[in-house]
Write a protein that binds this ligand. Structure first.
Ligand SMILES: [Zn+2]
Ligand SMILES: [Zn+2]
Length: 422
């Protein structure tokens, strides 16, 4: 696993969680590009390649992993490629994508490196261990499509590498992997998402990170800031971060890079990965209904409300994202009550069953008693704005310029280089 705060001088291995215990996945199918080039490690036994089958069914039964094709029944198994090359890969059918979002689905994806299956708290867990640069070849185009211009893809790759090596969040360290495969950490849908251009952007930026004060930057990013980026401490707990400050995401004429003027919304399908909702995100409207809000209060805060009277915005951040949202309601005894929601994530989670685009919105109660939200941006808005970075690349800005724009006070450095083949 990655060591927090450590700056590697050679390419490290990373561990990515593909199936997490909370997914509750009971069965998956595994197949191989070439089963002869894989070995299986179970307990202390190492078995050579699978001779008779190219397909394994893995089922979780009574806290054990059962693989009928191998007469296997145990709690952990490791599938290891005998050759480290880009021609051998494992395909897993049954991988969750978009956890908790309205586009959540189960996908089939292929991976380089090692696949580890274990049982944690009675649930199945799958981890993919692979060299960082191989992982990065798949990430830029898992987040955005391969049609994006190279200067954008290079910026996205450097940002993904920096964020990962800074290793600040460590949401899954207790389970023994560095990151998960989803938006919770960084979207990674295996090598099927690699393209010539994403491989090139990883190769061209091999070992490059952005740094501040001798440390690798915790390079946060989101889909669209909405015109101005947000400061770190309005979204997460902790001290201000010198390079995650608010910037105006505009060109010399004052036109926002993430606006439809520079990135037309009807062309976005070409540039945004296929898992996302396709719609307006720079400016959007949404109707939050009484029914949905009452249900959210009950489910998330255990409040029995008969109606929501008012949504009061108490404090907003630089980008327009709400820092404190006060919800005034009448409870089931017709008593007035209120609750203040403080976090960007909780506000988005509260306001829409399918997770609101962003917490940057103004409110107007409509004649049905529902609330019209007039919003901007998509995501938390801190650090790099992906649509804006795309707009900058369209505007012929170079990778380094894009990074300096979104992460002021940082510099681009190479911390390790390719080892020349013997
Ligand atoms: Zn995660
Ligand atoms: Zn932006």
């Amino acid at each position: 696993m990655l060591i927090p705060g450590f700056i590697p001088n050679k390419e490290p291995m990373i561990r990515v969680g593909l199936i997490l215990p909370e997914d509750g996945i009971k069965s998956i199918q595994i197949s191989f590009s070439d089963s002869q080039s894989y070995e299986i490690e179970t307990g202390d036994r190492l078995q050579p390649s699978f001779e008779n089958t190219n397909l394994l069914n893995v089922n979780l039964v009574d806290g054990k992993l059962i693989i009928p094709e191998m007469e296997f029944r145990d709690t952990s198994i490791k599938i290891i490629s005998s050759f480290s090359n880009q021609y051998s890969f494992i395909t897993v059918d049954g991988i969750p994508a978009g956890r908790g979002f309205h586009w959540e689905k189960i996908i089939s994806a292929s991976y380089w490196g090692i696949l580890e299956l274990t049982i944690i708290n009675g649930q199945m867990m799958a981890v993919n261990e692979l060299p960082l640069e191989q992982y990065l070849k798949c990430v830029a185009t898992s987040e955005m499509s391969a049609q994006c211009p190279p200067e954008f893809l290079k910026a996205q790759t450097i940002v993904a590498r920096s964020w990962l090596l800074a290793n600040i969040e460590q949401k899954h360290r207790h389970l023994g992997y560095d990151i998960c495969n989803d938006d919770c950490c960084q979207r990674y849908q295996g090598m099927g998402n690699c393209s010539k251009s994403s491989i090139k952007s990883a190769d061209d930026t091999f070992g490059q990170v952005i740094m501040h004060n001798g440390k690798i930057c915790d390079a946060r990013y989101s889909k669209s800031c909405g015109g101005t980026t947000e400061i770190f401490e309005h979204v997460w707990e902790g001290d201000p971060v010198p390079y995650l400050i608010s910037i105006k995401d505009v060109n010399d004429s004052g036109v926002p890079f993430c606006s439809p003027e520079i990135v037309p919304e009807d062309t976005l399908k070409t540039y945004i990965g296929d898992v996302d909702e396709k719609g307006h995100y720079y400016r959007w409207t949404y109707e939050a209904t009484q029914g949905d809000l009452i249900q959210s209060l009950k489910e998330k805060y255990n409040i029995n409300a008969q109606s929501v009277q008012n949504l009061a915005i108490n404090n907003i951040g630089e980008s327009g994202r709400i820092v404190d949202l006060e919800i005034e309601y009448l409870d089931d005894n017709s008593q007035a009550g209120k609750i203040i929601i403080h976090s960007e994530y909780d506000i988005r989670d509260m306001m829409s069953p399918s997770f609101l685009f962003s917490s940057a919105f103004t409110v107007q109660k409509n004649d049905k008693g529902n609330f019209n939200l007039y919003g901007k941006g998509w995501g938390h808005g801190v650090g790099l704005c992906q649509i804006g970075a795309l707009g900058m690349a369209f505007s012929k800005r170079a990778t380094e310029e894009i990074l300096k724009h979104y992460y002021p006070n940082t510099e681009l450095r190479i911390i390790y280089s390719k080892i020349a083949p013997l």
